[in-house]
Design a protein around this ligand. Structure first.
Ligand SMILES: [Zn+2]
Length: 321
């Protein structure tokens, strides 16, 4: 009886304690990156982006929400670059059609298509500027910001993306959610400077991805090292969110990991802000610097409300499963 009761209690505890749900860069960081990129823009773009800053921030997370509703979405957020090549990754075709020919579409959908999707998003945003289509400009800007931010996360460029191969489960959320959420607003210097023009967008994309790919080892090895100094019981904390007990990383562990990384998360977040602003600016310049002043005066919601509601609803349903 005692044994049965003990197993019952364990089962209840296991059911109640739910691992923290983590999202690429965390929703917090995605929203911050898009919001702060707006402040790097020149006045000619600010006339549109500043009045739309809430939209640009809020919709920074749409691509992650869409993963629950659209099967093709998942592969756009990462690349398992270590499975394709070794640094400096020069053997990976930069052109999409060459990559499909070399690896096949099925393999790429398994190993991720982030760099090629970024190239597509830049072209789409440039066209939206040419068309002076406000709804498209803002939606694509918000989403391009998301994918560029993902490209700055080392574990988005690594097959061991959540430490699943090295018994480091949860490291993804520790790096990109716990550190920014606990430390960024208090400690990080967010100012990324004025938006710069990108002469070669393909080089720009692959430099970001290659750097992330090379940094993944550091992200993993330093956490492995730190975990040996912290017994498991001291690494985690539990908090009640909406009636559910959620396991998160303890503040002391998050702080120690951030220190050990020597400012990497702050540096990557700032680089992401600069990259997002540069990408928006470059698309606008390449479209012929169309005047955005008239577009900025309208204040209506820029996306059909029903579509957004549906996205939000699907995301909530799947998240609660
Ligand atoms: Zn993502």
């Amino acid at each position: 009886m005692f044994v049965q009761l003990r197993y019952y209690c364990i089962a209840v505890i296991v059911l109640l304690i739910i691992p923290a749900i983590t999202y690429p860069w965390g929703f917090f960081a995605h929203e911050r990156i898009n919001r702060l990129a707006v402040y790097c823009l020149p006045p000619e773009m600010m006339v549109l982006y500043k009045p739309s800053i809430e939209y640009i921030s809020k919709h920074a997370t749409d691509p992650d929400k869409r993963r629950y509703a659209v099967a093709a979405e998942g592969a756009r957020h990462f690349i398992d670059i270590d499975l394709l090549d070794a640094p400096p990754y020069k053997n990976i075709p930069r052109l999409w059609k060459d990559a499909v020919e070399k690896y096949s579409m099925d393999s790429l959908n398994q190993m991720g298509i982030l760099p090629w999707h970024l190239g597509k998003m830049l072209a789409l945003l440039t066209n939206a500027f040419k068309e002076k289509d406000k709804e498209k400009i803002l939606r694509l800007s918000a989403e391009l910001g998301h994918y560029l931010a993902d490209a700055h996360v080392p574990l988005h460029a690594c097959s061991n993306h959540n430490g699943q191969l090295t018994n480091q489960h949860g490291i993804h959320g520790l790096w990109e959610s716990s550190i920014p959420e606990q430390l960024a607003d208090q400690q990080f210097d967010y100012w990324a400077g004025k938006a710069s023009y990108i002469a070669r967008t393909d080089n720009f994309i692959w430099e970001i991805i290659s750097l992330s790919g090379r940094e993944a080892d550091t992200v993993l090895s330093l956490e492995k090292q730190l975990s040996q100094e912290f017994p498991p019981a001291t690494r985690f904390a539990y908090e009640n969110r909406n009636g559910k007990l959620i396991r998160t990383y303890a503040n002391a562990y998050t702080n120690s990991y951030s220190k050990l990384l020597n400012g990497m998360v702050e540096r990557k977040m700032k680089n992401a802000i600069a990259a997002v602003a540069a990408a928006w600016y470059t698309c606008w310049v390449n479209a012929g610097q169309p005047s955005l002043s008239l577009l900025g005066s309208a204040t209506a919601e820029t996306e059909p409300v029903q579509q957004l509601d549906l996205l939000q609803q699907r995301w909530m349903e799947d998240r609660c499963r």
